[in-house]
Design a protein around this ligand. Sequence first.
Ligand code: COS
Length: 373
Amino acid sequence: MPDRSYLSWPFFEADHRAFAERIGEWSGAHCRADERSEYEAVAAYARELGSAGFLESLRTLDVRTICLTREALAYNDALADFAFAMQGLGSAPVSLFGTDGQRASLLDGIVAGTTIGAFALSEREAGSDVAATATTARRDGGTYVIDGEKTWISNAGIAGSYIVFARTSPDGAKGLSAFVVPANTAGLSITKQIETISPHPLGTLRFENVVVPAASLIGGEGQGFKIAMATLDVFRATVGAAALGFARRALDETIRHVRERKLFGEPLASMQLTQAAIAEMATRIDAAALLVYRAAWTKDRGAERITREAAMAKWNATETAAYVADRAVQLFGGRGVTRGEIVERIYRDVRALRIYEGASEIQQVVIARSVLG
Ligand code: COS
């Protein structure tokens, strides 16, 4: 049973505490890394999370509930967390900026887990530098025509709907717009599936004369950059929460191991170098959790932007998870690098978190800009 003592922190309401117990129990019973392909696992998790009611928080975007969900799911299986996170990222632009009609047509399926969502922002030459997006959307009467290529797109191939960012005018960040594009739209194809160190559905999308109705535009023309950034502000804090879930599991596995494993006639836990490692893992996890839940609480209290808080939370928590996973592998020794061990899997699972939704270096840029003005 994971330690949930942090739920007594003042960031949470009674509802959050009750919810954390529920998602903790559910994920402990339902989420296991297994032999299914990443595509099958994510589709199944989306449906299961939907029918259990755990996707409802994506309508209102209560960030603390989303963080608690990600933490519990990541503690048990990276693909369960991933399935949940992508339902959120693939619908938040509509939840935050969409019309009632867009909400009605996308959100019910997303929240039921019957429509799989995706967020198509990155391009080969525009990952960190979003303003360099080259995919275009040309207005043609009552439609837009989208042309270009998006890559490293999570859920490419299984998504039913993509949120696509494309250029409607040449002027940098101000020329981007966001669209809802159903996966079965003519001219939209998956040109490549990408394999990663910790399997998750990822691929490249090609748009050739993809015609969508003008009603697919989210917000207004030129709002795409701000929509992307505001969505990322919410979800960056939650990436930090997923990192916490992985880190807490790695620490729990390590505590069990160092108590049982004997070395030089004593438990590994009795050695001071082990104790130093455990102390640093536990302290860094608490520090990261404080940053994550500070960001989530700030947003839920009604802050218009949490750009700085979310960047601090994501950067610190994902780097912490990498540190904790590495220490865990070290304390497990030979077992730590053995396929099938939980800490070996977590070591691979946490790597992408320092890259996606804004690399650590981007978070540092965002923080520095905010501090320096
Ligand atoms: N919320 C709302 N608006 C925002 C915002 C946010 N979080 N961040 C920036 N904006 C606004 C700015 O206020 C500015 O508007 P005005 O010109 O009206 O003032 C506009 O957007 C442009 O902002 P900025 O000048 O900061 O843009 P840059 O091109 O310098 O980009 C970074 C800034 C690098 C921070 C941005 O491109 C970024 O976050 N990159 C990483 C993207 C990412 O996460 N990629 C991973 C793909 S998703 S898996």
